[in-house]
Design a protein around this ligand. Structure first.
Ligand SMILES: NC(=O)c1ccc[n+]([C@@H]2O[C@H](COP(=O)([O-])OP(=O)(O)OC[C@H]3O[C@@H](n4cnc5c(N)ncnc54)[C@H](O)[C@@H]3O)[C@@H](O)[C@H]2O)c1
Length: 439
């Protein structure tokens, strides 16, 4: 080991200690702190439709967001309604019974906003009704089910343009994903040509049903009347990442899939494999299988200068060993410090939220120190909040303070189109093309 290295490491160690002392770093396994956004003068009163699995996951986050207060919940399934009420704990009025009972809730004048986490086939009508009732709307991904619903939602949004509409693609609210996108824009990956994504599981994707009459209601994901299957439930998150990374919608998609393993009466595929083509020959591949969980889920964003491997809560950067610029000239090191560059080639570096800023010397050294600690397994970055907390806080802030929406209508529409066309490609075996954009 050269003396120069020892000195540098010693310095980094002390810089890292200083960073921790200054609160700039988080030791491994530390629990994230919750911030308060309370302003009791302008609480957003909201109602929640669909308090099932995802509904309760969102309600749990909402309990720590004082900018909003849940005053109503609606669900057709009594056990889930009860769970929702218990989760939020704000003693909301409940609406249940018929599938259109939510409309009675929408009649309430004291509701500023509505959040929707029902099965996919119900999203569009509920969104349109809520917008037309004058409510701000948060709707879970995938935003809509059938192609024609997109235009109907857009019309309702345009007719009620003062209201906020936000889509629940929570990666849009993740600090790490935003860092990744900044790195891409700043050229850390060079020319980004490929996104490879997978979502692999080893289970039947079913929920237990005690009364066979409830099979379709509880296992709605298995049936085409309500569900877009693996594309809508899983690929929707990842194709949105590709759209974001490429800064564009796809131009075409091919795909295949089938019900090849879980032959249990389901109507949606238990495996799909699709390739989206983007302008300039860029591509995204997505695979989802339900019979082997190896690789689980993440997105690998690949440029001619480096790769990002990212998922919720974790991102790694790998530099290409042979980094040739497309113009034939040697590329500049995007990373500060030759040792870091070398390590990024060998085993990668974790992403940190301060990665892509305009840094001065000291900031860069701190970051360098964090990377060094991370490479030793001493330190890891955790998102300050669950991205679902961030998206919901963002929703409240957009309503209350006019903050820009992290995941607006156009993003949700582009995502839903990719899901619908992806499924069409799998079903027909044909290449499906996006409509040509009007000049
Ligand atoms: N963003 C994410 O990470 C994420 C994760 C999981 C699910 N989701 C999305 O959330 C949505 C719901 O998924 P889930 O897993 O919670 O499903 P779920 O079946 O657990 O919950 C749906 C709830 O809607 C209720 N419901 C059905 N019809 C209704 C109606 N007409 N009026 C009122 N309530 C009604 C059901 O009784 C159920 O309680 C889906 O769109 C799904 O894609 C998003």
């Amino acid at each position: 080991m050269r003396k120069k290295d020892v000195t540098r490491r010693d310095f980094l160690k002390s810089a890292a200690v200083a960073a921790v002392a200054a609160g700039g770093a988080r030791p491994v396994k530390a629990s994230p702190a919750m911030l308060s956004t309370s302003n009791p003068g302008s609480t957003v009163h909201y109602g929640f439709i669909g308090t099932g699995t995802e509904g309760c996951s969102l309600l749990k986050q909402l309990t720590t967001i004082p900018a909003g207060r849940c005053i109503a919940t609606c669900d057709i399934y009594a056990p889930n309604l009860k769970r929702g009420v218990e989760t939020i704990g704000s003693n909301p009025q409940t609406y249940t019974g018929s599938p259109t009972e939510y409309r009675r809730m929408l009649e309430r004048k004291d509701l500023d906003a509505v959040l929707i986490a029902t099965p996919l086939s119900m999203h569009a009508q509920m969104v349109i009704d809520a917008l037309n009732a004058g409510k701000n709307v948060f709707v879970e991904k995938t935003m809509y089910f059938k192609e024609e619903e997109g235009d109907a939602i857009r019309k309702a949004a345009e007719a009620n343009s003062k209201q906020v509409i936000q889509i629940g693609l929570q990666r849009r609210s993740s600090v790490l994903y935003n860092v990744a996108m900044q790195m891409i824009r700043k050229g850390a990956l060079g020319k980004v040509m490929f996104v490879r994504a997978q979502w692999h599981r080893n289970n039947n994707w079913r929920r237990p049903v005690h009364d066979p009459k409830l099979e379709r209601q509880i296992n709605w994901r298995m049936y085409r009347e309500y569900s877009g299957g693996l594309m809508a439930e899983l690929a929707s998150h990842q194709v949105d990442v590709a759209n974001w990374a490429f800064g564009s919608e796809p131009v075409s998609v091919v795909g295949t899939g089938g019900i090849d393993y879980w032959k249990d009466g389901r109507e949606v595929c238990d495996n799909i494999e699709v390739i989206f083509k983007y302008p300039g020959g860029r591509k995204m591949t997505f695979t989802s299988i339900l019979y082997n969980a190896h690789l689980e889920y993440n997105e690998q964003i690949m440029g001619d200068h480096g790769t990002l491997i990212i998922t919720i809560g974790k991102g790694m950067y790998y530099r290409e060993t042979v980094a040739k610029a497309s113009n034939g000239k040697a590329k500049e090191n995007w990373w500060a410090g030759a040792t870091v560059t070398q390590q990024a080639e060998q085993k990668g570096f974790p992403l940190f939220p301060d990665e892509a800023g305009n840094q001065g010397f000291l900031d860069r050294e701190m970051l360098y120190a964090k990377r060094w600690l991370a490479s030793m397994g001493i330190y890891e970055y955790e998102e300050p909040h669950d991205p679902k907390w961030s998206e919901l806080s963002n929703f409240m802030a957009s309503i209350r303070d006019g903050k820009p929406i992290a995941c607006p209508l156009d993003v949700g529409m582009a995502d839903a189109r990719a899901v619908i066309y992806g499924n069409r490609a799998v079903d027909t075996g044909n290449t499906v093309y996006w409509p040509k954009k009007e000049a």
